[in-house]
Design a protein around this ligand. Structure first.
Ligand SMILES: NC(=O)c1ccc[n+]([C@@H]2O[C@H](COP(=O)([O-])OP(=O)(O)OC[C@H]3O[C@@H](n4cnc5c(N)ncnc54)[C@H](O)[C@@H]3O)[C@@H](O)[C@H]2O)c1
Length: 328
């Protein structure tokens, strides 16, 4: 299988390590540590027509996903598209249309859908699902790329915890009915949340509660509860999504993270883009870090109670912003 990579720096370096025999790399910027002998392109159209790859990994900033993935499908390739797949439902439906029209496939880079714990989680469905995480990300993280900390696609919920949302949603596999959020931020220059609670209500009546921070006072990894099951959404080193996409291309093996399965995730991204901006709250500042004292315990309580940050007693309850929306 001839696999090419578009977007070779940043997270693309991870794909370069995982797929040592790439047939081409494409990036408008100079590629750090480009391997000798591999053809390099500045433009994906030129790469697609010169190389005609079977599979294209698209690992570029999210706003570029729709045109690049569409061009790769139209060139006859299947696509491993980094998450978040696209910016909104109109783009999602357009990419689905191109998939249908070309007869090719898009697998979305939600590793959590290849997790070995997912079949076990699904055995407990239908059930409520919660995820609690308390991480710490410093100034370097918030300046890692031109879109870091910016609307419409960065932020705790939409970026690092996207995997948590996607895995939690796929436990019940029931359509999304409504979205509620309460969120805040500790850095003035951010346009997005670094601390958030998100409650999803599903058509089957069950709920998903995501309670997360990147300004944590203590570390809580990716704790996920599904009914009586306790797991970690970060236990994702199961099936490689690229290997699964190639197996699908060769022998029709079912895709683990097909584009269609991620439509509710895109609906959440779209709803979050309509919510009031996260409130700026006071934090403890030390070097490049911001910490909300006591936040990990509060988030654990939110997870237990399926409560948003403004629904239980805590120092930020009256300050957080947010809102609610129904889907469909
Ligand atoms: N699955 C994960 O856990 C994970 C982790 C990190 C990032 N990501 C995703 O990977 C994608 C890339 O993120 P990043 O942080 O590496 O972004 P980035 O802003 O660092 O960009 C990555 C590369 O894409 C290149 N690029 C930009 N426009 C391009 C174009 N039109 N054609 C070709 N290359 C282009 C940039 O020059 C850069 O080298 C995003 O969708 C992000 O959400 C996923």
């Amino acid at each position: 299988m001839r696999v090419a990579l578009v977007g070779a720096n940043g997270h693309g370096a991870h794909h370069r390590r995982n797929v040592p025999d790439l047939v081409a790399l494409c990036d408008p910027a100079d590629i750090e540590g480009a391997p000798p002998g591999v053809p390099l392109f500045r433009d994906h159209h030129a790469m697609l027509s010169a190389i005609k790859p079977d599979v294209v990994i698209v690992c570029t900033p999210p706003a570029t996903h729709l045109p690049i993935a569409s061009a790769a499908l139209r060139a006859g390739a299947d696509v491993l598209l980094e998450k978040p797949p696209v910016l909104n439902l109109a783009e999602h439906d357009e990419l689905s249309r191109v998939e249908g029209e070309t007869g090719r496939f898009v697998q979305v880079g939600f590793q959590a859908l290849g997790s070995p714990q997912l079949p076990e989680l699904r055995r407990h469905a239908p059930c409520d699902v919660s995820v609690v995480s308390s991480w710490q990300r410093d100034d370097a993280y918030w300046s890692r790329s031109s879109w870091a900390g910016r609307l419409p696609l960065d932020g705790a919920l939409r970026n690092p915890f996207a995997h948590a949302i996607m895995q939690a949603l796929s436990v019940n596999d029931s359509p999304l009915a409504s979205v509620e959020v309460a969120w805040c931020r500790t850095r003035e220059q951010l346009e997005v949340d670094d601390t958030a609670t998100l409650r999803l209500t599903l058509a089957n009546g069950h709920r998903v509660l995501i309670a997360v921070t990147l300004a944590g006072d203590e570390f809580a990894d990716g704790w996920l509860s599904a009914g009586p099951f306790q797991g970690n959404f970060r236990h994702d080193n199961g099936v490689s999504l690229l290997a699964n996409l190639i197996a699908h291309r060769i022998s029709g093996e079912p895709l683990l993270a097909p584009l269609a399965k991620t439509r509710d995730f895109t609906a959440i991204v779209q709803v979050l883009s309509t919510m009031p901006e996260p409130a700026l709250v006071a934090s403890e500042i030390s070097g490049g870090t911001r910490t909300l004292p006591g936040i990990a315990a509060i988030l654990r309580e939110c997870g237990r109670e399926f409560a948003l940050l403004n629904e239980i007693s805590n120092p930020w309850a009256a300050k957080v912003t947010g809102g609610a929306a129904t889907i469909g």
